[in-house]
Design a protein around this ligand. Structure first.
Ligand code: GDP
Ligand code: ZN
Length: 356
C-alpha cells in the first residue's frame, strides 16, 4: 500500500501540517527562493514531492521509468526552515529503495519554476508556501450552488498570473444555471474556459489540457472540484459531497494537498488538488506581473508615466488614452477593462487585505 492509499495517515486539518507551520518570510522579490546547493550530496536522486504528512514526505523517484517508486522521506536538519511542499523537486539520499519501513532523506530542493502561497488570514499574518512548480491553475467555479463570484475568480487569476502560472477556468453545474452572464466578465482575458454539467463532464477536453503540465486545482468548497478530480483520476478517491448539517455548507473532507497523476490517451500530467485553501495570498503580488500577462497592453503601457497604476483615474495613462483614441479597438478595450479589474483586486487588498 502506498503512502497515499491510507486515508488514516492524512491529517484531518491542513493547519496541522508540519510544512504549513514553516514560516516563509514575505519575499517581495517574488517567486524564486535561493537553491540550496549541497555538493556533498552529488549522489542524490531527484524526485517529485507528492505530498506531505507530519514531517514525512512522499517522494516519487524514477518517474516514468521501470524503476518508478514512491518512497517516504524525512528532511535533513539543515532544511528545517525550508518549506518543502507538493510539487517540489527534492534531492534525496539514504535508503531510496522504497522498501517497506525504509526512509530517504531530503537534502535539497531544486530551484522552483513557480510558487503559490496561501493567503494569510486574520489569525495568521504569515503567508505559507503550498504548491511548487505548477505551470497551470484550473479554477473551478459552479454556475450555481454555490453562486459564482467573479471577484473570487479574479483573486485566483491574479495569484496565478503573478506566479507566472497559466490560468484555466471550469464552470461546473451548468445543468443548474446558464453561466453565460458570469462568463462575460472574463471575455477580455486569455482564459480557456470549460463548462461541465452533472452528466456531461468534459473529461477528455480538460484531460487533454493537463497532459505535459502540472495543474493546481483550486475552488471553494462545494463547487464540484472533487467530483471533477475523481472523474479525471479515477484512482484519486477524493471525498465528495459532504455537507455540514449545521451550516449547510460543503465540508472539505479531502484534507491534504496532493499530486495525482492524470493518464489519458494523449499522455500524462499532474493534478495538484488543494483542499481547504480558500484563496491564495495577494500580499506579495507585483502589479507588473499582472500587466505582463497582457502582452500587447504591456507594450503600450511603456509610454505611461512612471508609477502609473493604469486604473480608471490614473492621470496620463497611455492605456486609457489608447482606449479613448480608438487605438485599442473593441477587443483591446475589453482587455483593458479586465486588466483594470485585476489590478483593482490587487489595489483593494490594501484596504481589505484578507477580503474574500
Ligand atoms: P468540492 O467541495 O468542490 O470538492 O465539491 P464536490 O465534488 O464534493 O461536489 C459538491 C456537490 O456538488 C456534490 O453533491 C456533487 O455531487 C455535486 N456536483 C458536482 N458536480 C455537479 C454538477 O455538474 N451538477 C450538479 N447538479 N451537481 C454537481
Ligand atoms: Zn498607465
Amino acid at each position: 500500500m502506498s503512502w497515499l492509499d491510507d486515508p488514516d495517515d492524512l491529517d484531518d486539518d491542513f493547519e496541522d501540517f508540519d510544512e504549513s507551520s514553516i514560516r516563509s518570510r514575505p519575499n517581495p522579490k517574488g517567486n524564486r527562493p535561493r537553491t540550496k546547493r549541497r555538493p556533498a550530496h552529488e549522489d542524490a536522486e531527484i524526485g517529485r514531492v507528492l505530498g506531505v504528512d507530519r514531517g514525512r514526505y512522499a517522494v516519487l523517484l524514477g518517474e516514468d521509468t521501470a524503476d518508478e517508486r514512491t518512497i517516504t522521506s524525512t528532511r535533513a536538519r539543515e532544511l528545517r526552515k525550508t518549506p518543502i511542499v507538493t510539487g517540489d523537486r527534492a534531492r534525496v539520499v539514504g535508503d531510496t529503495s522504497g522498501a517497506e519501513g525504509t526512509l530517504g532523506r531530503i537534502v535539497g530542493i531544486v530551484e522552483r519554476s513557480s510558487l503559490l502561497r496561501r493567503s494569510a488570514d486574520d489569525t495568521d499574518q504569515v503567508e505559507r508556501v503550498i504548491v511548487a512548480n505548477a505551470d497551470q491553475m484550473l479554477v473551478v467555479v459552479a454556475a450555481a450552488d454555490p453562486e459564482p463570484r467573479e471577484r473570487l475568480v479574479d483573486r485566483y487569476l491574479v495569484a496565478a498570473l503573478d506566479a507566472g502560472i497559466r490560468p484555466l477556468l471550469v464552470v461546473t453545474k451548468t445543468d443548474l444555471a446558464d453561466p453565460t452572464a458570469f462568463l462575460a466578465h472574463f471575455e477580455g482575458l486569455d482564459l480557456r474556459v470549460f463548462t461541465s454539467a452533472r452528466d456531461v463532464m468534459p473529461v477528455d477536453e480538460i484531460g487533454a489540457a493537463l497532459v505535459g503540465h502540472s495543474t493546481v486545482f483550486v475552488g471553494h468548497s462545494g463547487v464540484g472540484k472533487s467530483t471533477l478530480v475523481n472523474a479525471l483520476v479515477p484512482s484519486a478517491g477524493r471525498a465528495t459531497g459532504h455537507v455540514n448539517q449545521v451550516t449547510g455548507r460543503g465540508r472539505h473532507t479531502s484534507s491534504s494537498t496532493v499530486s495525482l497523476r492524470y493518464r489519458g490517451d494523449g499522455g500524462s500530467g499532474w493534478v495538484i488538488d488543494t483542499p481547504g485553501v480558500r484563496s491564495f495570498g495577494l500580499g506579495h503580488v507585483d502589479p507588473a506581473n499582472i500587466l505582463a500577462a497582457f502582452t500587447e497592453l504591456a507594450e503600450i503601457a511603456k509610454r505611461c508615466p512612471r508609477g502609473c497604476t493604469h486604473l480608471a483615474d490614473a492621470p496620463d495613462c497611455a492605456l486609457i488614452e489608447a482606449a479613448e483614441s480608438g487605438e485599442l479597438g473593441e477587443t483591446g478595450r475589453a482587455r483593458l477593462d479586465s486588466l483594470q479589474r485585476l489590478l483593482q483586486t490587487f489595489a483593494d487588498k490594501a484596504e481589505h487585505p484578507f477580503g474574500r
